[in-house]
Ligand binder design. Structure first.
Ligand SMILES: Nc1nc2c(ncn2[C@@H]2O[C@H](COP(=O)(O)OP(=O)(O)OP(=O)(O)O)[C@@H](O)[C@H]2O)c(=O)[nH]1
Length: 303
């Protein structure tokens, strides 16, 4: 029997560095939403790639840049802690922007937090620069940090992405797969669906509330006519929030549901029937288990 491998890879980089584009390419399906908006996601699994006998689970580390309030502070710490907990860290740098102040700040943090975790430098968007400039940039960045490896890629065009994936496949530790193979395809879809709804809630509601709610996809049913029925629960932290999320006569949740359904249907390229329920789960923010589900460490919020 061949030995399986599995591990977590943290993708970090400034907004717009190309994390989503790279993920989509490596995961081989459109499982992470390419967005021009900054900071729409929480720390979470963004996609799973299978390469040979290796299962590579990509995690996102948002919230690194703009900490606010309790959950956010927790997220910032979690983001760096999460990165260090990963088996490999990939730092994405944009070739044409080089070592920006933002990139320097990330490198300073890596020095503090990365510990023994291997960090690979991934210079992305190489289609935008000349090769001489690339070499100089690679030298400059490698002088700034002791990267385990350097890759030069174009996530959009696909250059260098196979080499990177091969390397990751042998870099993650030996061990059983973290997710059953038959769930790998389904799991990201459920998360994407939840993420889309959460984004619509965020856009629609007062800014305090979205931080205190979570969306879970409870059921996913494929129908014979090619459509999908998706049942989701919006969990709010306080009874008072339920009314706000529902809106007068259920108008708010209806509008959110319509917007989310339309986006999900467009994303999947087929009809979707989306059913949203709002439930109160008091103190869900304080449930360590929930934090852990998001890849966050509950204790960090108290620091
Ligand atoms: N020219 C070029 N553009 C790229 C490449 N990779 C990504 N892009 C573009 O860069 C922009 C940002 O890409 P995303 O993948 O959304 O970046 P991100 O890091 O996920 O961004 P956030 O979600 O904001 O953190 C998009 O317009 C992509 O099309 C590349 O290799 N070459």
């Amino acid at each position: 029997m061949t030995q399986t491998r599995a591990g977590f890879v943290a993708l970090i980089g400034e907004p717009n560095a190309g994390k989503s584009t790279l993920l989509n390419r490596m995961v081989g399906a459109k499982v992470s939403i390419v967005t021009h908006k900054v900071q729409t996601t929480r720390a979470r699994i963004r996609g799973i790639a299978m390469q040979g006998d290796s299962q590579i689970v990509f995690v996102d580390t948002p919230g690194i840049f703009r900490p606010r309030r309790r959950l956010d502070r927790s997220m910032v710490k979690a983001a760096w802690g999460g990165a260090a907990d990963a088996d490999v860290i990939l730092l994405l740098i944009e070739a044409h922007r080089g070592l920006t102040d933002g990139a320097q700040a990330i490198i300073d943090n890596l020095r503090q937090h990365a510990g023994q975790t291997p960090v690979a430098l991934v210079i992305n968007k190489i289609d935008r620069v000349k090769s001489e400039a690339l070499l100089a940039l690679s030298q400059q960045l490698n002088a700034a940090f002791d990267f385990t490896r350097t890759f030069m890629i174009s996530a959009e065009k696909g250059y260098g992405c196979d080499d990177l994936l091969d390397w990751l496949a042998q870099e993650v530790p030996e061990g059983p797969w973290l997710y059953p193979e038959d769930q790998v395809a389904d799991l990201p879809m459920r998360m994407i669906a939840a993420e889309i709804t959460r984004e619509k809630l965020t856009l629609r509601l007062h800014e305090e509330i979205p931080y205190q709610l979570t969306v879970e996809t409870e059921k996913w049913e494929e129908r014979k006519d090619g459509s999908a029925r998706v049942d989701q629960i919006v969990y709010v932290a306080r009874p008072g929030h339920k009314g706000i999320v529902l809106g007068k006569g259920g108008e708010t949740i209806k509008a959110i549901g319509q917007a989310a359904r339309a986006e999900l249907a467009e994303f999947m390229g087929r009809p979707v029937h989306l059913f949203l329920q709002v439930k109160v789960r008091e103190n869900w923010l304080d449930e360590a288990e929930r934090y852990n589900e998001m890849g966050l460490d509950f204790r960090d919020g108290d620091a």
